[in-house]
Design a protein. Sequence first.
Length: 140
Amino acid sequence: MPYLGLVTVVVRDYDEAIAFYVNVLGFSLLEDTRIDDRKRWVVVAPPGARESAVLLARAVTGGQEARIGDQTGGRVGWFLNTEAFERDYERMRAAGVVFEEIPRQEPYGTVAVFKDLYGNRWDLIQLVRNSDVGEAGDVR
């Protein structure tokens, strides 16, 4: 079966992006391969990720540079799932992650929107387990 392997985040600089995703968000650096004098293949992923990862792609054109920090037109574009929301929320805040809001409860789980170093919007989210959701989708 096919699966989603990589999603791209356009970045200004490889090393500053690696530092943020690895040192601040706690992702693992899976690959950093130099392609040529200007291009690298840089892949990071949250700990424990099995299939999907993030390709950090340095902008090389004016059009790409214009997208840095606003790749989804202001919408949340990425969803960082956790099974320990409070732990990860506090760790990320202590590391300097900027959250736009305090955590909130939604029918699907606990969520708070944060920004990466460029301003892209992400959800930190702990989904409600299926056993916690009733037949009509109401949280028990």
